[in-house]
Design a protein around this ligand. Structure first.
Ligand code: FA5
Length: 348
């Protein structure tokens, strides 16, 4: 029996030594160590041997089994390493080749921000300074300082969001500003005359929404204060601004309008670029598009801003930036602009 074991051991070692691939190695493993393998059979037959033989053959068989197991494992590692090396030798991996993944998408400027930046650049070129002001405003700056006292019917022109905060405020209750005009007073107080500013910014109105009205939208305020300033300057500045913005000649015209903070007050229209003044649905067949409110700054407003109205005068305007963006890109519903819908913004 002992000789048989030694023969099996030697044959197993030789076969493991000679084997050339993993498949054949697996066969050797089954042949010697499997459930019906040669060594397993010997172990199964131990029960028929004498106690004396059992004591010798049992441990000897187990020793051979462990040895073959270890040799098979080593051989398996060698064969696996050899296979990987062979594969690598046959392959060329070009680490400088461009990847096959599509490039990561990066964001881009929202059309509202883009037109705002263009407007800021054009006005800056004309010598205007770009100013900013708070979106949460006091009633004083939003209304009283602009010549709209509490009992004035003009308060109803702009439905207002009031803040719940009831704490004692120096300048009345807090509101979400309904227009950018409060920054007129703030700038006059801070810098005095002369002034040449624009104020782009977000404003809020408690209104029912439709295709051209939103509760949150953007305006651009303009204010020029100096000696010998007239509405002729306003007409020239706005014609130049719109011509540069649209890249073709734009005409402007005045119509009478009413705002408590200007006197006289007016509305400014520009020539319809869609139909070249022939008349279309956008300009309601008039050839002109309503654009903004404007006028000569009211003496009460100059006074609120600490400016001597006997020495200085000026004009102010306020236009809807959001509606300008709609006109620029042919957007027919204002509500999509700030909807956050990525399908909309991806078009620009
Ligand atoms: C004003 O807000 C004045 N502060 C403008 C002004 C400034 C006049 C300086 C004189 C001197 P108005 O309420 O008309 O005016 O609004 C100005 C522009 O904002 C409108 O022409 C329109 O383009 C835009 N606008 C008004 N309401 C909405 C709204 N709900 N949604 C989108 N745009 C609006």
């Amino acid at each position: 029996m002992k000789e048989l074991l030694e023969k099996i051991h030697a044959a197993g070692l030789e076969e493991i030594k000679q084997v050339k691939n993993l498949e054949a190695l697996k066969e050797i493993e089954v042949k010697y160590l499997g459930r019906k393998g040669e060594l397993t059979n010997i172990l199964k037959g131990l029960k028929d041997l004498s106690d004396e033989e059992k004591r010798i053959i049992g441990p000897a068989t187990n020793g051979i089994k462990l040895d073959l197991e270890a040799k098979i494992k080593d051989k398996q590692s060698d064969l696996e390493a050899a296979e990987i090396a062979k594969k690598l030798a046959g392959e060329f991996f070009d680490i400088t080749a461009p990847g096959t993944m599509t490039a990561h998408e990066i964001g881009h400027i929202h059309p509202l921000s883009r037109v705002q930046q263009e407007a800021e650049n054009i006005f800056s070129d004309m010598g205007f300074t770009v100013m900013d002001g708070p979106e949460v405003e006091s009633e004083y700056y939003n209304f009283e300082g602009l010549n709209i006292p509490a009992d004035h019917p003009a308060r109803d022109m702009q439905d207002t969001f009031f803040l719940k905060d009831k704490s004692e405020q120096k300048h009345g209750r807090l509101v979400l500003r309904t227009h950018t005009s409060p920054v007129q007073i703030r700038t006059m107080e801070k810098y005095g005359a002369p002034l040449r500013i624009i104020v782009p910014g977000r404003v809020f109105r408690y209104e029912a929404t439709d295709a051209s009205h939103d509760t949150t939208f953007y305006q651009v305020e303009g204010l020029v204060i100096d000696k010998n300033i007239s509405l002729a300057d306003l007409k020239g500045v706005m014609a130049e601004f719109l011509t540069r913005l649209f890249g073709k000649e734009v005409k402007v015209r005045f119509r009478p309008g009413y705002f408590p903070f200007v006197e006289p007050g007016l509305e400014l229209d520009f020539s319809c670029l869609i139909c070249n003044e022939k008349g279309c649905s956008v300009c309601k067949h008039t050839g002109w598009v309503e654009f903004m409110g404007a006028g000569m700054v009211h003496p009460n407003v100059l006074k609120a801003g600490g400016i001597d109205s006997t020495k200085y005068q000026g004009w102010a305007f306020g236009f809807g930036l959001t509606r300008l963006v709609m006109m620029r890109y042919g957007i027919n519903d204002i509500r999509v602009l700030q909807s956050g819908d990525i399908r909309f913004t991806q078009q620009f």
